[in-house]
Ligand binder design. Sequence first.
Ligand SMILES: *Cc1c(COP(=O)(O)O)cnc(C)c1O
Length: 336
Amino acid sequence: MVKADGYGLGMEDVVRALASEDPWGFGVATVEEGIRLRGAGVSDAVIIFSPVPPGSYDAAVAHDLTLTISDLDSLDRVTAAAERTGHVGRFHVEIDTGMGRSGFDWRRVAEWGPGLADRASPTSIWEGCYTHFHSADLADDGPTRAQWEDFNAALERLKPEKGIFIHACNAAAALRSPAFAADGVRPGIFLYGGGIGTGVAPPEEVARVRARVTLIRDVPEGTTLGYGATYRSSGNERWATLGIGYGDGFPRVLGNRGSVLLAGQRLPIIGRISMDMTVVDITGVDGVQVGDAATLIGTDGNGVITLDEVAELAGTISYEILTGFTTRMPRIWITE
Ligand SMILES: *Cc1c(COP(=O)(O)O)cnc(C)c1O
């Protein structure tokens, strides 16, 4: 899964980094993302895992992107786009087993199954069937098992042709419930360094977020800091200003809460985070110089601030932290 610009890391670079794994194909969310992959030279299958607007089908089919369908009208659009563009339309059928946002209802195969079979044609090829788990990261695999069973009950009734590609697992399910791997899995977050719940091995660090010290100030007692003056020095203090803020996607909610690694220490973020600047308290810390790089996510020496730790402190999930970094943050790929 390389949607949302490769979970914020840069889709083309992610595809390049994954090449040695020889993935079966790539998953995206929009037609535009699929076209970008084609532009980057990807010739593998590209599946668009969200419903797309009616006006986007021609472009999808013309770029040989595989659509996912949740209703019969969408299938008619695939067929019409295939006829208009002269390309073969390809689709996977999503079966909703509890995620609710998209897919055909697994309980109502009798209503939509026959229409699906009637409509399949040489110009629009039914290539796969899948469902999506809502709770695969839980320690209790009960909900995932129940969804898997419902999915299979629907497949039983649907009787798709042999050779159709069956898939269900996101990263959490692929690693926690490998019995449901079927013909392929759709890993996302774990590839990008996000955890998949407790009780399994944590991911390796993938992305590190760093910002340079752009200014150091010695301030007397009573100096206020940031919007709302929510922080006030309680004595003589030394502050380091970092060139990063919420305009880069670093969560503003971490003001007066988060910390950074700098000069071999974990140091607190003080005051509210601005759009372009974040201030840390370096009082009593030797050796910090303007130009030094602070680590906001990742390892530095023996210290580590994990992506999941930052997400939790910010009241969100690793996915939102990663995809939240804006284009102002350069993505620098380190190849060994
Ligand atoms: C995003 C997505 C995935 C990947 O999920 P992760 O939790 O990141 O592994 C898999 N399948 C579908 C349909 C998705 O939308």
